[in-house]
Design a protein around this ligand. Structure first.
Ligand code: GDP
Ligand code: IMO
Ligand code: MG
Length: 429
């Protein structure tokens, strides 16, 4: 019996939430280990739609949800989300949600710094979600973060706020933005603390107990490998590592506990925010994919940029992410296209290259080389078995497997929870 770690292999929004919700029926505990409320996961269960940003998707199945130390937690966003899903009928209590007491917090000053810096970047902006993710991770590494456990200690909070304000107010004033007072931040935190602190616990210890008791753990990644701060299209990335290795450090388990790594890949590609996207389509086909796939950001509502499946980048994500199998989602969005294309290699300044360059200037000049395949006129939408898939769709899936050097072990054919085809149970691996 193994654990499973789910990660995105493209630029996010691959359908991780749907797959985690589906797999959660086989798990006992679902753990978020990085990112914050920049994530947006949409789960469709019958006529209910759940939009989650910070809460682990397993809560929808009534499983124990865990927010690990690798996550940056905005307590206000957390409570708003808890209230929203509670109104939808879910139960979120300190018994069902454990939050690492050593998780760093996102304060309103982080979002202010995030937005002021983006405004100052002008045309060179990253296109962040504006939720303070980058500044909060910077504070963690700079050793000035306020962590969840600090909310219980007025004295610690007092001197930590001084240090935080010195840093951020200097920056905000320099950028011509409004600064914050200590009292405003103290009032904010003191108002939220009584509701948030009961969730705080020693997550590593509880996960260790669960692991030894043979409970199945599902680690839920946010964002994706191409947004990883080391392996992604830097600087157009998020501020955390998103690869599977981080499931261990971001929750306090050993690396051997992360189990089977399931990479989620969309059958085409999308990206929100700025940054290189070699297989992006600026034509009618791109707009068709966007409309059929309802490609609008869950968090910001921005239209997602759309393009063909990029096998070069997906293969790289498989390698650096340690992916053992792929869940291929949104195959149905390609239904009815005359032809489908896969990016199989690149050229740079007219010369063939074997891998995506590291420098942003070179990344922006990369041109895709496509392999074209016939499309399929039959529908895959809602298919629940491999036998229901048209022959040409199967050929497309097989070609992707070949190119990215990983087996497709799950297929998703609609937003609905049960429109999923299982080829290999990752928990049994
Ligand atoms: P995540 O961030 O990776 O969890 O993905 P999002 O939830 O942000 O975006 C994926 C979107 O695609 C959501 O609206 C899902 O409901 C939807 N979705 C997931 N799987 C499928 C699928 O197989 N087909 C279609 N048409 N939509 C899907
Ligand atoms: P899920 O979990 C898609 C993108 C932002 C921006 C960049 C940096 O739903 O897949 P940040 O606010 O993190 O500093 O923004 O990363 N981004 C996402 N794009 N899905 C996400 O999460 C994302 N989280 C961040 O659009 O380009
Ligand atoms: Mg999303």
């Amino acid at each position: 019996m193994s654990n499973v770690t789910v990660i995105g292999t493209q630029w996010g929004d691959e359908g991780k939430g749907k797959i985690v919700d589906w797999l959660a029926s086989r798990a006992d505990i679902v753990v978020r280990f990085q990112g914050g409320h920049n994530a947006g996961h949409t789960l469709v269960v019958g006529d209910q739609v759940y939009k989650l940003s910070l809460l682990p998707s397993g809560l929808v199945r009534g499983k124990t949800g865990v927010i690990g130390n690798g996550v940056v937690v905005d307590p206000e966003a957390l409570l708003t989300e808890i209230d929203r899903v509670t109104a939808q009928g879910l139960t979120v209590t300190p018994e069902t949600l454990w939050i690492a007491e050593n998780a760093p917090l996102i304060l309103p000053i982080h979002a202010a710094t995030d937005r002021a810096r983006e405004a100052a970047r002008g045309e060179r902006k990253i296109g962040t979600t504006g939720r303070g993710i980058g500044p909060a991770y910077e504070d963690k590494v700079a050793r000035r973060a306020i962590r969840l456990c600090d909310l219980a200690e007025p004295e610690t909070l007092d001197w930590k706020l001084d240090e935080l304000l010195l840093h951020h107010n200097t920056l905000l004033a320099g950028l011509g933005a409004d600064t914050f007072t200590k009292q405003a931040l103290l009032d904010h935190l003191n108002r939220l603390a009584p509701r948030v602190l009961p969730f705080a616990c020693s997550v590593w210890e509880r996960l260790d107990e669960a692991r030894r008791a043979g409970r199945r753990i599902l680690f839920e990644g946010a964002q994706a490998v191409m947004l990883d701060v080391d392996h992604g299209t830097y600087p157009f990335v998020t501020s955390s590592n998103t690869i599977a290795a981080v499931a261990a450090s971001g929750s306090g388990v050993g690396p051997s506990s992360i189990g089977f790594v399931l990479g989620i890949a969309k059958a085409y590609a999308t990206r929100v925010g700025e940054g290189p996207f070699p297989s992006e389509l600026h034509d009618e086909t791109g707009r068709t994919l966007g409309q059929r796939g309802h490609e609008f950001g869950t968090v910001t509502g921005r239209p997602r940029r759309c393009g063909w499946f990029d096998a070069m980048l997906a293969r790289r994500a498989v390698k650096v992410g340690g992916v053992n199998g792929i869940a291929l989602t949104k195959l149905d969005v390609l239904d009815g296209l005359d032809e489908v294309k896969i990016c199989t290699s690149y050229t740079l300044d007219g010369k063939s290259i074997t891998s995506f360059p590291a420098s942003p200037a070179a990344q922006a000049r990369v041109k895709p080389v496509y392999e074209t395949m016939p499309g399929w006129s039959e529908t895959t939408q809602g298919a629940r078995s491999w036998a229901d898939l048209p022959a040409q769709a199967i050929k497309y899936v097989r070609r992707i497997e070949e190119l990215i050097e990983a087996p497709v072990t799950l297929l998703s054919t609609s937003p609905e929870r049960d429109d999923t085809i299982l080829m290999r149970d990752p928990f049994e691996d």
